[in-house]
Write a protein that binds this ligand. Sequence first.
Ligand SMILES: [Zn+2]
Ligand SMILES: [Zn+2]
Length: 397
Amino acid sequence: MRITIYLNFMINQVLEKSGRATLLLFLFLNCSPCFAQSERIDVGILSGKKITRLLVAPVSDVYSVFAGDSLLTLIKRNDALSLTLMNDSVEVKTIAQTFGTFKRVQIMALSKQASLKIKPADGKTETHLDNDLFINPGKNSLTIINHADLDNYVAGVVEAETGYSAPEEYYKIQAIMCRTFAIESKGKHKADGYDLCDREHCQVFKGRNNRKPEIKLAVAATSGIVLVDSTNKPIFAAYHSNCGGQTDYSENVWKTEKSYLKPVVDTFCISSRNANWQKIISLHDWEKYLVKQNKEYIKPADSLYCFYQPERKSDYNLFGSKISLTQVRKDFKLSSTYFHIEQDADNIIFTGRGLGHGVGLCQQGAIEMARKGYSYKKILGYYYKGVRLVNYSQTRN
Ligand SMILES: [Zn+2]
Ligand SMILES: [Zn+2]
C-alpha cells in the first residue's frame, strides 16, 4: 500500500532532520496495525456548516500530514495544525512553520487506535474522531472528512442515536441497523466528496464513542453483520422512536414498497415515554387547511370532524377531502401519523400514539423486548419480516 512507501520515507526524514529517537521507536512499534485496514467509510464532519479555518490536534499517537503525495510533517499529542481555506486551496500551518497551500490534505494515523480532535477556529465545540482526516477546499467552506473504520463510525452513530440508558442487547440491534444503513447508503454524498453526512439526513454522528464502553463491545460482538432481504441486498433498515402499538407500511411514508417493512402489532412500546400525545388546533385553522388542500371542498352542514384509526391508515379521507397522513403530520408538526381526530366545540383534537414515521423497528419496543430477555436476532426478526443476518462481505450491493 502507498502508506508503506511513505512510512519508510517518513522514518528516514525524521532520522535525518531531527533524530528524534523516541518518535522513531514509536513508529516502529506502532506501524504494523495500519497495514491491516478494515472496511472504511468517509463521513462528512460538521457538514452543512461554513468552516473556513480548522484546528487539528492529535489526542493520542502520531499522525503524518500529507498534501497529495508529499509528506509535510508529523504531528503528535500537544501539537496543533491549522488549516485555512484560501480560495480553492487549503493553507497548512503549525506554530513553527507554514507549509503552503494545497488542493487536498490527508492527516493519516500511524496506528489503528489513534484519535484526534478538531475545532473550527471561531467555534467552541471540539469533535473527537478516530482514524484519518481528509480536508478538501469546498466552495465557501472546508470539506472535513473522517476516513474511519466502519465499526468506529458505527459506535459513534449508536451513541448519538441511542443515548446511554439502553440494555446491552439493544446496542447490538442498533449497531446492526446503523451498519446496514451505512453499507446500503455508501456513496450517498459522492458529489460532496464523502459517503455519508453526519446529520439526520443520513445518520447522526457526533464523533467517537467515548462515554459508553458497552456500545463498543456491542459493535465488536456484531462486527461485520448486516441485515439483508431475500435477494441478499442490504435492507433499508428504517427505525423510529415509538410506533404507538402498530408499525406502518413503508409505502405509506415513502411511496416505496419493501417486503420487510410491513405492519407489526407491537405491545412492547405502549407504556413507554412516547406512546401517547395530544395536540389541539382551532376549528377555523383546520377548515382553512382543508380548503387549501382541496379548493372544491365544502363541509356538509352539522357534520363533525371525526376520524378514527383502529389500525394505521394511509390517508385522511372525510367529506371528499383526501390528504396523506404523512402530509398532515408534516403540516401540523404532529408526533406521528397514528392519530384520531375529534371535534370539541371550536377545537379540533388530535389524539395520537407513537413518535416518528412508524416504519421498521420501534426503538422503545425493541428496548423493552431486550429488557425482557429477547435476543437481538429475535427482536430484529420481529420488526423486519423475512430478513437474514450475514457478513457484509457476502452481500449484493
Ligand atoms: Zn446525508
Ligand atoms: Zn412500538
